[in-house]
Design a protein around this ligand. Structure first.
Ligand SMILES: [Fe+2]
Ligand SMILES: [Fe+2]
Length: 189
């Protein structure tokens, strides 16, 4: 039986696969602009849209109700990391536009923002998995954890009428099959 925090940790596994793709992309001198745009789409709609929404709109407010501060301490640090991540994604998207307009030097800025995002998120995910989620496990009763999991499952089916979690995983599979040597089970790769 999956627990509420395991649901979020499963998202982390997928986000880390996407980060592996980003790191591979930044190691190549030339790259497919469609893949860069797909990375931004998956971050915005899955990592930020779906996963961070579960944390910011559901988990963190409940932790605040349990006495955690959202102005200092672990929840505040996580919120700050999410904001910093959004700045990197904005940087990626802006420079992808410039690249498409013919400014080839924009590729270096895209890569710099991708690496900044990757380092930030790897660190962020480790903090959540090792510290914040373990605090949440202790703070919530089994009944509260069960209702949290149900709320998460609803978001997974469709985030703000965008794709479902499974659809984003299929997109990550597609990129992983190109960059990470992963054999896609969906046949999209
Ligand atoms: Fe987070
Ligand atoms: Fe997270």
């Amino acid at each position: 039986m999956t627990t509420a925090t395991q649901n979020l940790e499963n998202d982390h596994v997928q986000i880390l696969r996407l980060i592996e793709v980003m790191e591979k992309i930044t190691g190549s001198a030339d790259t497919d602009v469609d893949h860069l745009e797909l990375v931004v789409k998956i971050i915005r709609e899955f990592a930020d849209g779906l996963h961070h929404a579960k944390e910011e709109k559901i988990l963190f407010p409940l932790m605040v109700q349990k006495g955690f501060s959202n102005e200092s301490g672990p929840v505040a640090v996580m919120l700050h990391d999410h904001e910093e991540g959004r700045n990197y994604v904005k940087g990626m998207a802006e420079h992808i536009s410039l690249l498409k307009q013919g400014q080839s030097s924009a590729l270096l800025s895209i890569y710099a923002n991708m690496l900044g995002y990757s380092d930030l998120l790897k660190n962020h995910i480790a903090k959540e998995n090792n510290v914040l989620f373990r605090m949440a496990d202790k703070a919530f009763t089994p009944a509260e954890q069960e209702s949290l999991l149900l709320d998460f499952a609803k978001v997974d089916l469709s985030a703000d009428n965008q794709g479902s979690k499974d659809e984003y995983i299929a997109l990550i599979d597609k990129l992983a099959s190109v960059y990470n040597g992963y054999k896609s089970k969906t046949g999209l790769g």
